[in-house]
Write a protein that binds this ligand. Sequence first.
Ligand code: NAD
Ligand code: LMR
Length: 340
Amino acid sequence: LGSLISKISPNLIRYASSASASGSSQRKVAVLGAGGGIGQPLSLLLKLSPLISDLSLYDIQHTKGVGADLSHIETRTKVRAYVGKSELSDALKGMDLVVIPAGVPRKPGMTRDDLFNTNATIVADLVSACAKNCPRAIIAIIANPVNSTVVIASEIMKAHNVYDEKKVVGVTTLDVVRAATFIAEAKGLDPAKVNIPVIGGHSGNTIIPLLSQTSPPVSFSQQELESLTTRIQNAGTEVVEAKAGAGSATLSMAHAGARFSFAVLEALSGKEGVVECGYIASRETEFSYFATPLLFGRNGVERSMGVGKLSDFEKKLIEKAKKELNGNIQSGLTFAKQYL
Ligand code: NAD
Ligand code: LMR
């Protein structure tokens, strides 16, 4: 996998570059939850991209103001704002990519799973609308708990007979971003040049950084392996505690969401070799959903790149994640059955 990792999209995003955009390759993107802590800065970053011709902002609040504000920025991307359920269909028609950061964030002391009761219904309602209005769009899910919300989204699409497993993906890019940053800090490297696959899921023990596959190659002592892994797994909680009740990661997540979106859009427009990690229905692993590096293409995910050669330490991490990940997947399936 080492050589493939070097193909992962560069960490530094040239937000305002026009190098890879031409008129015909421009795409339509919707952000659902665009008025929120992630939604607003994510929409800003997307508005700056020449890859996007139309940016559709939807939320149950705040979008008219955010839309008016962003619409004054001197880029060609056309911003339209939609607020409330009655405007949801219009927000989705014609979209190529729908990014979903709608839902409540954690407060100190909560797990991501504690958000399930509120966010499962929000995601199910929004994805039902996607199934009806933009069934061929790629759906990128940020709302937590990602390990379950992606399962719910997939089941909803199946129930509407429009499921394409190449197109429903959980965004785990923030784990990759954090892992690169922490490794670079520990080893005195440029974080923008560090790439590392993070596999599994997006909560606690299920976040599995493959430090043995870091690019450029780096060696770690056992103590470094353990402390870096723990920090990467708890990085979300680090931010939740620092924000002390005011929510979870928003700005780094906006960056990660934009990085993921640009990767998808570049691949849709024909760029080859675009790889980003993501959580998706899985055939290569023993889990029915699992995050791996994914090769993107003109239709969404072309294929999973698999997990590569694992160290014994990493095999043990997967073993440890089993119960939680399978439980999260099952919760998603159970919820979807009741919802549908
Ligand atoms: P926030 O509360 O600041 O914003 C959420 C927005 O969702 C609000 O504007 C709210 O009005 C909107 N919303 C609620 N119900 C809606 C609905 N039915 N339709 C449309 N919009 C709706 O929260 P945030 O900090 O932006 O976080 C959003 C979600 O993202 C949380 O679930 C959080 O846990 C998750 N998150 C995921 C990652 C990740 O790596 N995948 C990282 C950070 C946060
Ligand atoms: C994160 O990793 O920052 C997000 O999943 C938000 C959270 O609750 O930690």
